[in-house]
Write a protein that binds this ligand. Structure first.
Ligand code: SAM
Length: 231
């Protein structure tokens, strides 16, 4: 998969995409990430990328010309253009899987300041995605979350091909059960017997019950999940 990230701070991505699984995925050619500086597409000698909002209000807005030029410089016939925005549909595991399977080229637009001129969204963007109902200073951290979650569903990125499908939110759409490793006893607490009896059916059942109960208790504690979501 090819991902082009357009932002005002390409240096933001240097470390997150240069370690661990994303690094290996890039080395193997499974994931090609380019970080593009929108400022390079500014037209004046001061490289202006923002201006005051029409109608008044605090902060600045990203001007349409540099961002649209940046998008068009990387756009291909198979591109899917996403604006990372708190006003988008909330990103879920199901969507991460869908993006990995459906798209070969994703362009991520990271906003800054008060956001981007609406005309960029109207003319260039296929969909807006939010990583949660809160406001970040820029789309850059959201892009890192997006790339990380999507890349787990690209075959070959995770060592165990079935790994992402066994994690929380997949299959039964609950949490994965609790995990234990050696030692068998730590601080007076033993590993649950069911995990050492070798009965894999029982282990599966125990894990899914534990995951479901934890999820239900959490949802109950924080109030019913009424986030906006994309169908
Ligand atoms: C300070 S925010 C702008 C918020 C905007 N004024 C609003 O109230 O909707 C700056 C940029 O951060 C990014 N951003 C902020 N929160 C986000 C979220 N929850 N998910 C994805 N991107 C987000 C967007 O790219 C946005 O343009």
């Amino acid at each position: 998969m090819d991902i082009d990230i357009l932002s005002l701070f390409p240096e933001y991505f240097e470390t997150p995409f240069a370690c661990s699984m994303i690094k290996r995925a890039r080395e193997k050619g499974l994931l090609n990430i380019r970080c593009i500086d929108i400022r390079d597409f500014a037209e004046d000698r001061h490289q202006t990328v923002d201006d005051r909002p029409y109608g008044g209000g605090p902060g600045m807005v990203m001007k349409p010309e540099p961002t649209v030029k940046a998008i068009r410089s990387v756009r291909r016939s198979d591109s899917h253009v996403i604006y990372l925005s708190p006003q988008g549909g909330v990103f879920k595991a199901r969507l991460a899987e869908e993006f990995a399977k459906k798209h070969t080229h994703i362009i991520l637009i990271c906003g800054h300041y008060e956001g981007i001129d609406q005309r960029i969204i109207d003319s260039e963007v296929d969909e807006e995605i939010s990583i949660g109902d809160y406001v970040l200073t820029s789309g850059a951290p959201a892009a890192i979350v997006f790339v990380d979650a999507v890349s787990r569903f690209i075959p070959g990125v995770i060592g165990h091909p079935e790994g992402p499908y066994k994690d929380s939110f997949h299959g039964s759409e609950t949490f994965e059960g609790p995990q234990y490793t050696r030692p068998f006893e730590f601080d007076g607490k033993k590993v649950p017997e069911v995990l050492v009896n070798g009965n894999h059916k029982e282990i599966e059942k125990w894990r899914s019950t534990q995951g479901r109960e934890k999820l239900e208790a959490l949802r109950h504690r924080v109030g019913e999940n009424n986030e906006k979501s994309i169908s």
